[in-house]
Design a protein around this ligand. Structure first.
Ligand code: GZL
Length: 328
């Protein structure tokens, strides 16, 4: 009866707050499933949709899980509410994909006080006490971005375009690990190349719409850049939309485009020579998260950090077969 009252209160709270996390279907007494509360950033990009799909496929009922999913619509406040609801529902584990790095101490301490292990996926959390979370699964953002900068340096050198290079920088959600580390790699690259200049840094928030708006406004009062460094595919698509509208050529002989994520759509543009480089960011975290939870359920201690495998793609390395084989 107490649990039912708790769930009703949680529902009322969530309803009033406009954030309705998924409510578990079966009371704890009846289920032998492992209940997992998943606080997802949102659905802002193809990458995010693929990431959610991977988690749903791995943490499925046939695999022994009951997944409670919440879409925070890119607002940290909604993630706080979702995590607190998961704690009230006494889930077995919490998986958090944090929208930005800071501000997580209180809610992670509440989860620890409730005895609920937290697994962080994708972006990282900046906390003084790393024991506040059990494990992290994600990308080596800086390493992949440094490799992208190295590619750009080689490409510009080969094209004899090393001087007076104007770079337009489309940044993702401010304060997210992907934005912080992809931006740091570009800024380090500019510091190391006397002929490179960042013409402007625009916040596209990882969405195609915002990247288009920012870029078309920029192009109305500035010359086209030599390079556009896009911190994800969807922002790159927004840039392409704006360049098309302004009649600016990109790809071979035109503006050089760099994009992160390497989803299938971006890879097909890359194979056609429209995008110069696709730097992969692997969203398929589900199987690793499932394995981590199963390890914990067996009383084992999983590794703290788990990096996803990733690669760089150019027109020269992409084939129709490779495109066909891509899962996302
Ligand atoms: C990267 C992830 C980023 C993707 C974007 O791990 O956090 O957020 O690069 C997504 O597509 O929106």
């Amino acid at each position: 009866m107490k649990r039912l009252a708790l769930v009703i209160c949680a529902l009322m709270l969530s309803f009033l707050s406009g954030c309705m996390p998924y409510v578990r279907q079966t009371p704890e007494e009846e289920t032998t499933l492992i209940t997992v509360g998943f606080s997802q950033v949102g659905a802002e990009s193809d990458w995010r949709v693929a990431n959610t799909e991977s988690m749903r496929e791995s943490l499925s009922e046939e695999n022994g899980f009951e997944l409670l999913y919440d879409n925070a619509r890119q607002k940290q406040e909604n993630q706080f509410k979702a995590i607190r609801t998961f704690i009230q529902q006494d889930v077995d584990y919490i998986v958090l994909a944090p929208v930005t790095e800071t501000g997580w101490e209180s809610v992670l301490e509440e989860a620890r006080a409730a005895g609920i292990p937290v697994i962080i996926v994708d972006r990282q959390v900046e906390v003084d006490d790393p024991s506040l979370y059990t494990s992290w699964v994600g990308s080596n953002f800086r390493k992949t971005a440094d490799a992208a900068i190295e590619w750009l340096s080689g490409q510009l050198k080969a094209d004899g375009r090393e001087d007076a290079v104007q770079i337009l920088h489309l940044q993702g959600t401010p304060g997210s690990t992907a934005q912080l580390q992809r931006s740091a790699a570009l800024e380090a690259g500019v510091a190391a190349h006397a002929g490179w200049t960042i013409a402007a840094q625009l916040n596209g928030d990882f969405t195609q719409a915002k990247a288009y708006e920012e870029t078309i406004a920029y192009l109305r009062s500035n010359p086209a850049p030599d390079v556009v460094y896009c911190e994800n595919d969807n922002m790159c698509f927004g840039v392409m939309q704006a360049l098309d509208e302004r009649g600016v050529a990109y790809g071979d002989g035109g503006v050089t485009l760099i994009s992160f994520d390497a989803g299938r759509t971006a890879l097909s543009y890359c194979k056609d020579g429209k995008i110069g480089l696709c730097a992969e960011c692997n969203p398929l975290h589900g199987p690793r998260v499932r394995a981590l939870i199963e390890q914990l359920a067996r009383g084992e201690t999983p590794e703290k950090l788990s990096y996803m495998p990733e690669a760089l793609f150019t027109a020269g390395t992409l084939t129709a077969e490779l495109l066909e084989s891509r899962v996302y």
